[in-house]
Design a protein around this ligand. Structure first.
Ligand SMILES: Cc1ncc(COP(=O)(O)O)c(C=O)c1O
Length: 388
């Protein structure tokens, strides 16, 4: 097919040309005396994205899934109790991982489309008077349903219950895109990956841990090797890594951090919000609903519910085969019910209008009763009237 594929899956996201070029480097000696000049500032500047001054940042040659495992195995002990709410595929997978590792998982089902119920959390933590729960696992942005949870509220609930559990936050599809404040929200483990807000290929797990979490890591008894934090602490101190790093990812990260920090994190969040809002206006103009309930709408991904007699997989397939645009599918419990439009990373008004126009054609082709042009018109109106 002539022309390019248009990528609107909620990760991997589109990579800016400057980042592509920055990654196109000769291989180099990662034990050389000048290598720390690359690594040390990366670890410092990553902290600015996580918004932490007191925490410590880490880079693993891995993905977000490894990030979950790094937090669980470095800070907890086999048999420890963890609390999680399950309201989407990624929370589900994290919960399953915790079980497979031998943690005692207290999991509460929440309707897919909602997020962490902070009042319920407070009540449960208050009831846990002997502090059996060692960690709360919170998915900040559930990519499967396009739901953003209230992490400030989660921390408030934990404080109100005077509960000492660690707060682990999956920020894979929020960090570097949606407001995230590690220190202010008292987050102990912040987990992210390279292929979403950081606009890099997959292959980098970016993490930050609080001093409280690092203290817990000193005595945690889970067996671990490749994902052991201590090996990173020892080598990172001098600007090195415990094993061969992916140097292109590191050079790409340098450029990504430069781009994000030059824009300013508040501006990055505002840009994502505006692009998401235009997409939401289009969805409303089609007469369709988000999977996310009001108040939980994500600024990085919209999961759109198709009418009950239609299959979202057909919309995705038409979009790809006929119009060469890639949308995200519904996962697990929402398979066939939703398609997802990513509005994360290197996007602007016109890239979103491309997504909206392509989706609109695919919806019409599949006999979904929308007014031709309605979504595009609503988004155009919003983007024009709010353009900077
Ligand atoms: C919220 C969330 N957590 C975790 C993951 C898993 O990350 P990875 O696929 O990089 O292992 C994803 C991937 O999309 C995600 O969206």
């Amino acid at each position: 097919m002539a022309g390019r594929n248009h990528l609107y899956v909620p990760g991997p996201t589109n990579i800016p040309t400057e980042i592509m070029n920055a990654m196109n480097v000769d291989m180099e000696d990662h034990r050389s005396p000048i290598f720390p000049n690359l690594v040390k500032p990366l670890l410092q500047d990553l902290k600015k994205i996580f918004r932490t001054e007191t925490g410590q940042a880490f880079i693993f040659p891995a993905t977000g899934t490894a990030g979950w495992e790094i937090a669980l195995t470095n800070m907890l002990n086999p048999g420890d109790k963890v609390l999680i709410y399950r309201f989407g595929q990624f929370g589900h997978l994290w919960m399953q991982m915790a079980k497979r590792l031998g943690l005692d998982v207290e999991c509460h089902e929440i309707e897919w489309g909602k997020g962490i119920p902070v009042d319920d959390l407070e009540a449960r933590l208050k009831a846990d008077t002997d502090h059996q729960i060692k960690a709360v696992l919170a998915t900040h942005n559930e990519t499967a349903t396009g739901v953003t949870s209230d992490i400030a509220g989660t921390r408030k609930a934990m404080d109100a219950a005077k509960h000492p559990a660690l707060l682990f936050v999956d920020g894979v599809s929020s960090i570097a895109s949606i407001d995230f404040r590690m220190d202010e929200w008292g987050i102990d483990a912040a987990i992210s990956g390279s292929q979403k807000g950081f606009m890099l290929p997959a292959g980098g797990a970016f993490l930050a841990f609080s001093q409280k979490a690092l203290k817990a890591a000193e005595t945690a008894t889970f067996p671990r090797c490749f994902l052991d934090l201590q090996d990173h602490i020892t080598t990172n101190k001098d600007g090195y890594t415990p094993y061969t790093p992916s140097t292109p990812i590191l050079h790409g990260l340098r450029k990504s951090l430069d781009i994000l920090l030059a824009e300013g994190m508040e501006n990055v969040y505002a840009r994502h919000h505006r692009l998401a809002e235009g997409t939401r206006r289009a969805i409303a103009a089609w007469g369709l609903k988000l999977c996310a309930h009001p108040g939980f709408e994500s600024d990085t991904v919209s999961a759109v519910v198709v009418p009950a007699d239609k299959d979202a997989r057909d919309v995705i397939s038409t979009a790809f085969n006929k119009y060469n645009i890639s949308l995200g599918g519904g996962l697990s419990e929402v398979a066939g019910k939703v398609f997802r439009i990513g509005h994360m990373g290197n996007m602007n008004d016109v890239s979103m209008l491309g997504a909206i126009a392509g989706v609109e054609m695919a919806l019409l082709d599949n006999g979904i009763d929308i007014t031709p042009g309605a979504g595009v018109a609503a988004a155009i109106e919003y983007y024009r009237s709010t353009a900077l």
